[in-house]
Ligand binder design. Structure first.
Ligand SMILES: [Zn+2]
Length: 133
């Protein structure tokens, strides 16, 4: 009888430890997410400040929801995620929805970068060679 009680106590103790570890893990993931969000926001602000809050394509002042900081190379390229040189300020249309926008038309956007932001493009292409396919 005592053996069973001991076993149950042991199982309960293990479950409790597992639960604590799980909570700690969740908290760690959450804090990492919060940290990334914070860094993303700092990056966005820096990109917009550098570009004087103007869509670099249409040269118009942009603010609020119409002011976007676009990642030229996706966030998955972790070394470039918070590199200001990997960002460009765009209006909503030139960022996401227009037929001629960074997200809808990669070939056109690449050509635009070549014609208008060649130094930045060269820098990013150089950085890209540090990654493997
Ligand atoms: Zn624009």
């Amino acid at each position: 009888m005592m053996e069973i009680v001991k076993k149950i106590k042991k199982i309960k103790k293990i479950k409790k430890i597992k639960k604590v570890k799980k909570v700690k893990k969740i908290k760690k993931v959450r804090s990492k997410k919060a940290e990334y969000r914070e860094l993303d926001n700092i990056w966005k602000t820096k990109v917009k400040q550098r570009d004087n809050y103007m869509c670099q394509i249409c040269n118009k002042k942009v603010e609020g929801k119409n002011c976007h900081a676009h990642h030229i190379l996706p966030r998955q390229f972790s070394k470039l995620r918070w590199d200001v040189a990997n960002g460009i300020t765009l209006c909503y249309r030139h960022h996401k929805v227009g037929k001629f926008s960074a997200h809808q038309n990669a070939i056109w956007f690449y050509g635009w970068m070549r014609a208008n932001k060649i130094q930045q493009l060269r820098y990013l292409i150089t950085k890209l060679t540090e990654y493997k396919e």
